[in-house]
Design a protein around this ligand. Structure first.
Ligand SMILES: [Zn+2]
Length: 681
């Protein structure tokens, strides 16, 4: 059946909604000054979504409902495209002398008297990844990485997920150019980077070294949905090609960019002379720790666009812009020893033990050597004099060896073949070594916490405080000990902060945790590279644990989305005798993962939330049923929720769901639906 053509009013309303939502996105994400409540916003968003569902031809590429697109095919790679105007590099300067010389050179080039001040605009030099956004007649048509400056990779779908990037230039702000390339920096705030580090520490493969690496890695993901989760931001610092409008100064231009719907740095400032640029630099250096993004210096541009045009460019960089870098926080020290630290997922990190040295106000005695590859490349040896650097929030690192001061007989460092803590064999993947032993003491605490967390076995009682306490008391020596806790009533009740009630509560939670879905169970095991999504894919493909445990590397690779690295990691996990013993212990304790239904169940694509009292089953069983039928469950009502099941006593969630127009079901309706699908409670 051909979809109906939308009536004119519907088309006009959809266009109006897109405009309104784009404006509120800008107010919220870029200006930090929302004018409407989240609920009002959600209502408008929903109205647009419903219109588009009714009349699919109204779904335009600039609709806010289209921010997260379909994933790219594995192995397809990104196409490349040329920048209209090349993205040249900026000349880096260190020290006031070089900056004053830059200013003098400009005046000579323009034949200006040396005492004529040139006006500049200055702004922070953010430490992110540069991107180029192409807008045609106001519509975002392409997004590119900087690449080699001449051509970049096409990452439009990933850039579209960034909420501070408008999909269409705001029109009320004045004339929209026929074509404009908006340039800027894709950033991860210090806060979001810290969050990401915590996540990668327990679930996926390798930690990112700094926020910039995390941004670069994220922008190359094939699935825009994953990009959307990372919380990237975009701050514009200029334009490339520009057709149909013109400006006199960079100051006017960048403020027009802001009006078109972008964020610009709140620290952008006009400087009436090069001396003001220098004091701006010192001021920024003083506040850099307090600002939400990493910056490694400032950028100053000649403000007049006419002068910029006259100055032109050299082969490598424009003559009208300078980067005045902050001095790196570096110091010299001596390597007393090199030790290997075992991280939370068993990553072996070589660490240099240093003679104490002051680095930007803090005493540093350890510096990371990252991994074997970098260690080899820099060839750091015990006894070496080294340069240590601390970049922003990141832990200090050894960046250079003073080779001329190397003591005689210093030997290259070798990574241990066995885990220095437990002696298990290590596994090398890429540049990283891992301890493969799930019983490694250095990893146990993290594994227990990982296993007990809500998204895994959901044993609420086993938070960090109690895990530490139980470990200190010798009641938790491995994750499998969790299931012995119910038999340790006397010992536990003797500990502070435990009462009869809280113990019973713990026992109840542990009992329930014995019947996890296979997906949750696999995630709970903390196998390297197996996060929640991969665990679901594996569960759907193999159906039960025994089949998975027997699968060869080749068979594992048959699962969609699972590559050779993760396949090997899974195989290694099940091959290790320690891990087999661990699984056997869980089995003896009565842990029986429930085979999960395929992810494409009848409820695929729906998101459920439960509220109020449920009579015939527990909240957890209800969640599990939804998941077994392919749906998702969440704990709070948002615009993502499609169905709310409300029992007696439902309160604010029900109210919010009504406002958002979410489908509301009673327990009876849910029961009928579940039974229809052949499920029992
Ligand atoms: Zn170990």
């Amino acid at each position: 059946m051909k979809p109906k053509d939308p009536p004119r009013e519907a088309a006009a309303r959809a266009a109006e909604l897109r405009r309104i939502l784009a404006r509120h996105d800008h107010l919220y994400y870029n200006l930090g000054a929302p004018e409407i409540s989240d609920a009002e916003y959600d209502g408008l968003f929903r109205e647009l979504k419903e219109l588009e569902e009714k009349y699919p031809s109204l779904r335009t590429p600039d609709s806010p409902t289209q921010r997260v697109g379909a994933p790219l095919e594995r192995g397809a790679g990104f196409a490349t495209a040329r920048h209209r105007v090349p993205m040249l590099s900026i000349e880096s300067l260190f020290g006031e002398g070089e900056v004053r010389e830059f200013d003098a050179r400009i005046k000579r080039f323009l034949s200006l008297p040396p005492d004529t001040p040139v006006e500049y605009t200055a702004e922070p030099k953010y430490d992110g990844v540069s991107a180029n956004l192409v807008y045609e007649k106001g519509l975002l048509v392409q997004g590119l990485t900087r690449g080699d400056g001449v051509q970049g990779e096409v990452i439009t779908a990933n850039l579209k997920t960034i909420r501070s990037i408008p999909l269409r230039l705001l029109e009320e702000a004045g004339p929209v150019p026929a074509l404009v390339e908006i340039r800027g920096e894709v950033l991860l705030s210090k806060e979001n980077f810290r969050k990401l580090q915590e996540e990668t520490a327990t679930t996926t493969a390798r930690p990112f070294r700094n926020a910039r690496n995390a941004v670069a890695g994220t922008l190359k993901r094939l699935d825009p949905a994953e990009v959307a989760e990372r919380g990237l931001e975009f701050i514009s610092w200029g334009v490339g090609a520009l057709e149909g409008v013109s400006f006199e100064t960079y100051w006017d231009l960048i403020h027009q960019v802001r009006k078109w719907g972008f964020r610009i740095s709140p620290q952008v400032r006009k400087c009436s002379s090069i001396e003001e640029v220098i004091s701006y630099h010192h001021e920024m250096e003083g506040v850099r720790e307090e600002l939400p993004y990493e910056m490694d210096g400032i950028v100053a541009k000649v403000n007049s666009l006419e002068l910029q045009a006259r100055l032109g460019r050299t082969a490598r960089s424009p003559r009208w812009v300078l980067a005045y870098k902050f001095p790196p926080r570096r110091a010299r020290s001596r390597v007393k020893d090199i030790v290997v630290q075992v991280g939370r997922v068993g990553t072996l990190t070589p660490v240099a033990i240093l003679e104490p040295v002051d680095l930007g106000g803090a005493t540093v005695q350890r510096a990371t050597l990252h991994n074997e590859e970098i260690l080899r490349e820099r060839d750091v040896r015990v006894g070496d004099t080294v340069i240590v650097e601390r970049a922003g929030d990141v832990i200090p690192a050894v960046v250079e060896v003073v080779k001329s001061e190397r003591p005689k007989g210093a030997r290259p460092f070798e990574m241990p073949e066995r885990c220095p803590v437990c002696g298990a064999e290590t596994l090398k993947e890429g540049a990283f070594y891992f301890c493969t032993n799930i019983s490694c003491p250095a990893q146990i605490r993290a594994r227990i916490l990982h296993m007990a967390q809500r998204r895994a076995l959901d044993i609420d009682r086993l938070g960090p405080k109690y895990v530490d306490q139980l470990m200190e008391a010798g009641l938790l020596k491995s994750p499998a000990d969790i299931f012995d806790l119910p038999s340790k009533k006397k010992e536990i009740l003797a500990l502070p902060r435990w009462g009869k009630k809280s113990f019973e509560n713990l026992v109840e939670q542990i009992e329930r945790a014995k019947r996890p879905t296979l997906a949750r169970f696999l995630f709970a095991l903390g196998i390297r590279g197996v996060g929640e999504a991969t665990a679901r894919d594996l569960a759907a493909h193999f159906g039960d644990l025994d089949a998975l445990a027997k699968a060869s590397v080749e068979e594992l690779q048959q699962v969609e989305g699972i590559g050779p690295e993760v396949s090997r990691s899974i195989r290694t996990f099940f091959d290790l005798p320690e891990n087999r013993k661990f699984l056997e212990r869980l089995r003896k304790a009565g842990v029986r993962p429930v085979s999960s239904a395929p992810a494409r169940g009848p409820l695929a694509g729906t998101t459920w939330c439960f509220t109020g009292k449920l009579e015939s089953f527990t909240r957890d069983r209800a969640r599990e049923l939804v998941e077994e039928l392919g749906g998702k469950t969440v704990d709070s009502v948002s615009k993502k929720v499609t169905h709310l099941v409300a029992g007696p006593g439902a309160g604010s969630k029900l109210e919010k769901a009504r406002k958002l127009g979410i489908r509301i079901l009673g327990e009876e309706d849910f029961l009928a639906l579940v039974k229809k699908e052949g499920k029992t409670l």
